[in-house]
Design a protein around this ligand. Structure first.
Ligand SMILES: NC(=O)C1=CN([C@@H]2O[C@H](COP(=O)(O)OP(=O)(O)OC[C@H]3O[C@@H](n4cnc5c(N)ncnc54)[C@H](O)[C@@H]3O)[C@@H](O)[C@H]2O)[C@@H](O)CC1
Ligand SMILES: [K+]
Length: 503
């Protein structure tokens, strides 16, 4: 499990680690540079022309160490020094002294920056790291603007893109990296969607600080890794029968929006549910039976919209329920949702239109409990809790909501966050931009519901569901890119099990 800790904790952690291990800060910087270079060698050729832009702090020190190590490996390197070298940190100074004489290092004056012409394939950004404490100005700003304007050049940020604060939202400008290679722990601000265009693809490389040591710094924020997920999966014996894999109910649909609940049901089956049933308005019955023969269908008496008839409608025989996709927000449906939540007492995923109904009828929030998982995207979330200025505020409100209503809150998007009532918050590491397609959320609902039905328990179900949904999206988009659609994600679920080595 990778912990996400604040910039100030990172500094304290580094200092404590150095003291306890009896190593120098220079050694830790060398570890960081070596880890970066291992990653770099796997991704870039020696015939690439690499410009390494170094500032005067420890981020610049990393850059200078990286320059020395890559140069020794035969890369074509040129170093550009930005900022006041008189103010260089001790480790930056030391790495400057260790640069081989033959490795070109150019101190960039303001004039040089203004007139600079680039002939580079790769930019390595080591101007400023987590020490940034004010918006960029002067030479740093000018250099960043110039680098951002370059096209056909890959930009790789060391630890964090220059200008991006570790814990806050960006004010002003920052380097727009294609890839960010962050050391040991992903910084909090790398999770914010408003920073996506600056961070690019995020990689985290270890620099030798063990998890055990980091525990004392925990801020209850975690970045999910494949190994965290594999161990949360249940094993089933060869004597298992369909009842062991759970009976799930997917509730939703309205005239013109039956596909949503159908996709949730198919996703649940592909995730392993033994039996999946859809509860839809009458107009949806034939659609589902004809297109998905593996599911059973319960018809609501409402022709075009879900209506609650009477009694408990037998819903408590299901092990888990996913409710909301495509159900709309008509008056009958509001009554339906209230009756459903009043009657059904098992684990449930509440999504899409059901969330919008909760936003418009706040008294229904009283039905939330520890077995409820809400999965809003950002707009649905803000309908629920009100407008947020930025993602940092949203993440704070997600934790508040989860604690106030004792439920799990999944805030969907890049690095989907999962907030628990005990104050822990997990961030997803799988998925990509090609998953931003209609129906992807319905697939997630089906997957989490399926894990709930298989007896995973709320926490394991939601973590496995979110992670594996992203993984299936990555697999689906490998050869489809922006042509990926939600049903492709469903088709890729079986392969996501193979990748996690879960049978
Ligand atoms: N022992 C450690 O702390 C380690 C740190 N590492 C690297 O060190 C980095 C942090 O180093 P530092 O704390 O020295 O910080 P930085 O290298 O990010 O820069 C700090 C310097 O920049 C100045 N500064 C801040 N905002 C500025 C702005 N907007 N414009 C111009 N100058 C500005 C500060 O006054 C300070 O002098 C990490 O991001 C990481 O790359 C790694 O080497 C791993 C080990
Ligand atoms: K940087």
């Amino acid at each position: 499990m990778l912990e996400i800790i604040s910039g100030s904790s990172v500094k304290k952690l580094d200092t404590d680690f150095i003291t306890e291990k009896g190593i120098t800060s220079h050694r830790l910087m060398e570890n960081a540079a070596l880890a970066f270079c291992d990653w770099f060698e796997e991704n870039y050729h020696r015939n690439d022309k690499v410009g390494i832009f170094c500032g005067p702090g420890n981020n610049g020190g990393d850059g200078l160490a990286i320059a020395r190590l890559l140069w020794r490996k035969g890369y074509d390197i040129i170093v550009f020094l930005v900022g006041d070298t008189e103010k260089a940190s001790a480790d930056c100074r030391l790495n400057r002294e260790l640069l081989p004489d033959k490795l070109p290092a150019i101190s960039m004056s303001s004039d040089d920056i203004a007139h600079m012409e680039f002939d580079l394939n790769v930019v390595v950004d080591a101007m400023l790291g987590i020490g940034v404490n004010r918006p960029l100005a002067g030479d740093f700003l000018n250099m960043v603007v110039k680098l951002n304007d370059l096209s056909n050049v890959r930009k790789v940020a060391v630890d964090i893109p220059t200008g991006l604060p570790a814990d806050e939202c960006l004010q002003g400008e920052a380097l727009k990296a294609d890839v960010t290679v962050s050391f040991q722990y992903p910084k909090f601000s790398l999770m914010f969607p408003e920073h996506a265009g600056y961070v690019g693809v995020l990689h985290v490389v270890g620099i030798g600080i063990g998890n055990k040591f980091m525990r004392q710094f925990t801020e209850s924020k975690y970045y999910l890794q494949p190994s965290d997920i594999s161990k949360r999966h249940l094993n089933f014996s060869r004597f298992a029968h369909k009842g062991d894999f759970g009976r799930v109910l997917l509730v939703g649909g309205s005239y013109g929006s039956i596909g949503a609940v159908r996709m949730s049901a198919e996703a649940a089956l592909r995730t392993g549910s033994g039996l999946a049933t859809c509860f839809v308005p009458a107009c949806g019955v034939d659609v589902i039976q004809a297109s998905l023969p593996e599911v059973q269908v319960i018809s609501s008496s409402g022709e075009k919209r879900l209506c609650w008839d009477e009694g408990d409608m037998g819903v408590n025989r299901f092990d888990a329920v996913g409710i909301g996709p495509g159900m709309g927000g008509s008056a009958e449906t509001v009554t339906f949702l209230e009756s459903f939540l009043n009657v059904y007492k098992g684990p449930k995923v509440i999504d899409a239109d059901a969330i919008n109904i909760l936003s418009n009828h706040k008294k229904l929030l009283n039905y939330l409990d520890k077995d409820a998982i809400l999965t809003p995207h950002i707009k649905e979330f803000e309908r629920l809790v009100g407008h947020c200025e930025n993602h940092k505020q949203r993440l704070g409100k997600a934790l508040e909501f989860s604690s106030e209503h004792s439920c799990v809150l999944v805030l969907k998007g890049a690095h989907t966050s999962i907030s628990f009532p005990d104050g822990t918050q997990y961030f997803n590491s799988t998925g990509n931009k090609h998953m931003a397609t209609g129906g992807a959320g319905d697939v997630l609902t089906g997957m989490i519901t399926s894990f709930l039905g298989q007896g995973y328990g709320t926490k394991n179900a939601v973590l496995c569901g979110v992670f594996q949904h992203g993984l299936a999206g990555e697999i689906a988009s490998e050869d489809k890119k922006r042509g990926t659609i939600a049903t492709d994600i469903i088709q890729a679920i079986p392969k996501s099990y193979l990748q996690l080595n879960v049978d």
